[in-house]
Design a protein around this ligand. Structure first.
Ligand SMILES: Nc1ncnc2c1ncn2[C@@H]1O[C@H](COP(=O)(O)OP(=O)(O)O)[C@@H](O)[C@H]1O
Ligand SMILES: Nc1ccn([C@H]2C[C@H](O)[C@@H](COP(=O)(O)OP(=O)(O)O)O2)c(=O)n1
Length: 225
């Protein structure tokens, strides 16, 4: 007898709270948290370090074949998922605003999406996961049982990122973060393959005026029935 696969997807634009909310939903349900953005960031870092010409498709393919990405759980609830890239711990290196922008650029390359989507589906084969990113409800897991799309105004999202970086003791420039947030949203929404968009059957939650706990509560109310 096979148990029905239960997958929760949480998509949305940069800085909307996907990681924070997904980790809490995963903790409350006992599901595994899958941070798909971490994989795009790792590929971005690898390509940057290897000076890959993103317009050279054979070079992109050749380097992609060399990549090994392994996610490992965060040490505590406030930390991000860890990432090993070809055996090296790149957990911190991938979490900068600059690497987010590089990730957004490499994520528009179809073969990169093809390879990462396949890996992400492997994580989902046994169900009981909370996957978050841009296309987890539309492309990676179109049959997911519960789909959510989080949104918030760009100014609010840039402010959240600003506060997040400051809390970590990092330098942050609000205007620059707002500019990067808007540019990344444009890249992610307008690319040809798997653009950021709400799945037809996803529940939309506008988080602009909500706090984290309220968003988690709304999601759990649906997932727990
Ligand atoms: N609804 C919310 N209201 C206020 N702050 C939030 C909310 N959701 C998330 N945050 C904060 O915004 C910051 C960015 O959230 P994060 O989960 O990293 O976003 P994403 O994964 O979508 O980029 C975090 O510091 C988080 O605590
Ligand atoms: N499923 C995904 C996840 C991320 N990406 C791309 C697009 C994003 O701008 C970058 C970085 O994603 P990430 O979720 O880590 O970024 P934020 O935490 O939302 O700022 O990767 C994607 O194309 N598809």
């Amino acid at each position: 007898m096979s148990e029905k696969l239960i997958i929760v997807t949480i998509d949305g634009p940069a800085g909307v709270g996907k990681s924070t909310v997904s980790k809490k939903v995963a903790a409350a349900t006992g599901f595994t948290y899958l941070d798909t953005g971490a994989m795009y960031r790792a590929v971005g870092l690898f390509f940057q370090e290897a000076s890959v010409d993103l317009d050279n498709i054979s070079q992109v393919r050749e380097k992609l074949d060399m990549i090994e990405i392994e996610l490992f759980p965060a040490t505590d609830e406030d930390s991000d998922v860890g990432v090993r890239l070809c055996g090296e711990d790149v957990s911190e290196a991938i979490r900068t605003p600059e690497m987010a922008m590089v990730a957004s650029k490499v994520s528009a390359i179809p073969v990169v999406r093809e390879v990462l989507t396949k890996i992400q589906r492997e994580y989902g084969t046994r169900g009981r996961i909370v996957a978050e990113g841009r296309d987890t409800g539309t492309v990676v897991f179109p049959l997911a049982a519960y789909k959510f799309f989080l949104d918030a105004e760009p100014r609010e999202r840039a402010e959240r990122r600003f506060r997040q970086l400051k809390a970590r003791g990092e330098e942050a420039d609000y205007q620059e973060l707002l500019r990067m947030t808007i540019e990344r949203d444009n890249n992610d929404r307008n690319r040809l393959v798997a653009p950021l968009k709400q799945a037809d059957d996803a529940v939309l939650i506008d988080t602009t005026a909500l706090d984290v706990e309220e968003v988690v509560k709304q999601i759990l109310a649906i997932v727990n029935g």
